[in-house]
Design a binder for this molecule. Sequence first.
Ligand SMILES: Cc1cc2nc3c(=O)[nH]c(=O)nc-3n(C[C@H](O)[C@H](O)[C@H](O)COP(=O)(O)OP(=O)(O)OC[C@H]3O[C@@H](n4cnc5c(N)ncnc54)[C@H](O)[C@@H]3O)c2cc1C
Ligand SMILES: NC(=O)c1ccc[n+]([C@@H]2O[C@H](COP(=O)([O-])OP(=O)(O)OC[C@H]3O[C@@H](n4cnc5c(N)ncnc54)[C@H](OP(=O)(O)O)[C@@H]3O)[C@@H](O)[C@H]2O)c1
Length: 503
Amino acid sequence: MLTSTFGDGDPPDNANALWQALQAESASRLEQTRFAVLAFGDSNYDQFCGFGRKLEARLTALGAKSLHARVDCEPDFEEVALGWLEAVVVSLKQENTQQANVRSPAQAAYAGVDTALESEATTGSSAPSYTRQHPLRTRLLINKRLNASGSSKEIRQFGFELGDSGFSYEAGDALGVWPTNCAELVGNILATLKLTATTMVAIKQGQEEKQVPLVQALSHYYDIARITPDILKFCASRSQHPQLQALLAAEQQAELQTWLWGKQLIDLVQAFPVVASASEWLGVLKPLQPRLYSISSSPKLFPHQVHLTVSVVRYGDAGQARGGVCSTFLADRATDVDVPIFVQKSAHFRVPSNPDTPMIMVGPGTGIAPFIGFLQERQASMAKGKNWLFFGEQHAATDFYYQDELQAFQAHGILTRLDTAFSRDQAEKIYVQQRMLEHGAELWQWLQQGAHFRVCGDASRMAKDVDQALKTIIEVHGGMSAAAAAEYVSNMSRDKRYVRDVY
Ligand SMILES: Cc1cc2nc3c(=O)[nH]c(=O)nc-3n(C[C@H](O)[C@H](O)[C@H](O)COP(=O)(O)OP(=O)(O)OC[C@H]3O[C@@H](n4cnc5c(N)ncnc54)[C@H](O)[C@@H]3O)c2cc1C
Ligand SMILES: NC(=O)c1ccc[n+]([C@@H]2O[C@H](COP(=O)([O-])OP(=O)(O)OC[C@H]3O[C@@H](n4cnc5c(N)ncnc54)[C@H](OP(=O)(O)O)[C@@H]3O)[C@@H](O)[C@H]2O)c1
């Protein structure tokens, strides 16, 4: 079982039904089941691989037999994941040998995995042309601010040139972007840590190791912004500064979080100077990771470009301005350089395969990104299905981005309904889920007509509130109990009628 973790150790959407079934009091015993868990996560988060751990514990409690100990992967998962897969295949082979004449269908399938692995290793034929490790290096064509001056946010449309590179994507996929750190920040870090830019250091790229100047390593290969638990421990062990020691005391968690808010590595090392060599620092810094962005175009309309809609992360004051690594890279530093990009497929976050099926899209803020691509897709394929979009932002006057495009979709009959919720244009906040509830009767009619329901944007609050609103509408207008409405939504999810792309 391969799984990520959502929120506070929760399952990803496509594991919800399985998890409910495993947790039920009536869950069957699983003595005949063998399993192995590969968990994906990021140890910067408290609930690192939390759902993978829960899954393993529950399967074990139900009597299932572990084929191989759970392995937890960091964002750089390839090597570890491949090691796990090979070990699981070996375990299965051993079992197959022991039970040569009693092969279950599952064992036969795993034997197929082994053969597939071997053939992939020899031919390499199933590898896509551009990947996270072998991205397309291309130019930024579009860098356009979408909100008007006076807005408190900076939302930008970015567009990359694809030319005849053969780079392929589908509306609904995400684009991975490998950023470069800000040169000024790299310079400040080098000066504060009293390190020399030209010192040659070893960096690992996949299986290969190569020597590069420290300045290049800090610009392209290491995360020099985020303060990780390892960095805090390292600085505490080296600086002996009483304030830092006090902040790291177990009972000071709240104070530590308050102190860390809005701070980056440069703030930490300026506040608590540490003497360490370049290689000691590189031993504690995490590798720089690519960022994912929901693709905001359809290849049917833009076969030679790919578009994004990005909220640029800037905070702090003028004397101590701080920014997100990748969003500011795209906004400020990506012109006239080759930007490495790749596609991360979203298997189910798509327009409905039947062009006549209605589609409801809920995308406040940058959550609108994939829906611009979906509407382009429906237009280009001349799909007859109705489309309904809920969009929300702070102020209509400054933050109604893509207004012209949406009006054009309406004028051409592509966008059947558009409902907006500008949260800060009145005394009381209004959000997209209130618009859904106001039009609940019609939304229920669309659902009865088989509409697919897609949600994109903030995972922590919006997606949960929209999910609750959907259940309330089904309960009220479908005349169902809360439990029946929850089951209706669960079935929509199982049938891929309800799919979310939330972050
Ligand atoms: C599948 C997926 C799709 C996504 N799609 C989109 C999309 O379409 N558009 C989009 O804009 N983003 C999208 N994201 C988010 C995106 O990947 C990045 O996380 C985002 O752009 C921030 O990256 P960054 O490198 O600019 O910031 P980072 O360097 O990662 O910094 C972000 C960190 O800065 C800190 N921070 C942020 N704001 C403040 C503040 N006000 N005060 C103090 N500290 C702060 C927080 O610690 C935060 O975690 C998506 C994410 C996923 C997983
Ligand atoms: N990892 C990162 O650093 C990072 C960076 C950028 C974005 N993101 C994620 O992307 C999300 C989208 O950000 P965004 O700037 O595009 O938009 P956003 O913050 O989601 O705001 C868009 C609109 O949604 C409203 N809103 C707030 N809470 C809501 C709720 N519970 N239900 C429905 N609507 C709600 C906002 O209103 P008010 O603001 O007036 O309350 C605003 O009008 C962020 O929330 C965040 O999770 C993450």
